[in-house]
Write a protein that binds this ligand. Structure first.
Ligand SMILES: *Cc1c(COP(=O)(O)O)cnc(C)c1O
Length: 332
């Protein structure tokens, strides 16, 4: 099972493998968005997943697939936050040692979140790529297993379990709005949903500032993209120039990709809070943002996946209080 796209059987196997660790999250019908768009709009409340994001699904599945020898030597990951948190939790649940490496761009709230799950944290470099070099060293010198955040069959299959839940929870779904970074979530969801409903449309939503997968799709191959500060900080980072799975799967299975500016992301966080009573991080709110900005025009029942809730609460407070929070100036 190393060639070709991640398939439905792998996703079903993942669902069985992670059932004891991961919770099935609720779907809410959004009255405000249903009125505003004039179509049934649903929200998949995955920000209420254990660890605050869907990343726990893929990480738990990857750990479930380790051999005894690999479990004994432990796992390492590089992460902008939510993958690290999910991996740390999944490792601890399985009794496996875990080291997480991350770049200095990662907000303090996310570092604290990972430490709270019991993992060791190492802060290295200014980009995900530099943190990756430390991971490579731990793999080479200590024989640990690297669990990547998206470009890995077990990760994609694990994220796909969210899609399995969706087709059960919203049987008449027409369109799914999926926050998009490296593509693990969207590829898993697309594979699961399209296996059951081939006519369904899958739309990726990224931010304008550093949308790696979008740039790669435009170029027709994986290209390097500069990582920039954005309110959607969990969507930062490249897809890897040696991308093996998610680029080809995204190209084949994803119907459209749209980009949001910072104001549209802030508006989505506000809407989630004041109209839906949900605390959602910028990356998790982009599906709402795309609907509010009319950047997607679905024709049938639509689900926006609220993929994560791990936002710094001071920043969240300022955003929902109407302050114009500009993280783009924090670059230097
Ligand atoms: C990781 C992440 C994404 C993007 O997932 P990919 O699999 O990298 O596309 C979206 N939202 C949140 C909250 C995330 O943590």
């Amino acid at each position: 099972m190393t060639d070709g796209f991640v398939n439905f059987a792998e996703i079903e196997a993942a669902q069985a493998a992670i059932a004891g660790v991961v919770r099935q999250t609720f779907v809410n019908r959004s009255e405000s968005l249903t009125v505003s768009v004039d179509l049934p709009i649903y929200l998949k409340l995955e920000h209420q997943q254990i660890t605050g994001s869907f990343k726990l699904r893929g990480a738990s599945n990857a750990i479930a697939q380790l051999t005894e020898a690999e479990r004994a030597r432990g796992v390492v990951g590089v992460s902008t936050g939510n993958h690290g948190r999910g991996l740390a939790y999944a490792a601890r649940a399985a009794g496996v040692r875990c080291i997480i490496c991350m770049s200095r761009l990662v907000p303090q709230a996310k570092i604290d979140g990972i430490k709270a799950q019991g993992a060791q944290v190492r802060i290295v470099g200014r980009s995900q790529d530099e943190a990756q070099e430390e991971v490579d060293r731990l793999v080479a010198e200590e024989g640990m297993t690297m669990i990547p955040p998206f470009d890995h069959r077990a990760i994609i299959a694990g994220q796909g379990t969210l899609g399995l839940e969706l087709v059960e929870q919203v049987p008449d779904l027409d369109t799914v709005l999926v926050p998009l970074s490296g593509g693990g979530l969207i590829c898993g969801v697309a594979a699961a949903v399209k296996a059951k409903k081939p006519e369904a449309k899958i739309v990726g939503i990224s931010m304008e500032r550093g949308a790696a997968m979008h740039a790669c799709l435009q170029a027709g191959r994986p290209v390097a993209v500069e990582e920039l500060p954005t309110l959607a900080d969990s969507l930062g980072g490249g897809i890897g120039l040696d991308n093996r799975h998610t680029f080809a799967m995204t190209r084949a299975l994803v119907d459209d990709v749209v980009l949001l500016d910072e104001g549209e992301i802030a508006r989505a966080i506000r809407h989630a809070y004041w109209r839906e009573r949900q605390i959602v991080e910028g990356s998790g709110a982009v599906g709402i943002g795309a609907l509010l900005a009319r950047k997607v025009t679905p024709v049938g029942p639509t689900v926006a996946i609220l993929s994560g809730g791990n936002i710094d609460m001071e920043q969240h407070h300022r955003i929902v209080s109407g302050e114009d929070v500009d993280v783009t100036a924090e670059a230097a």
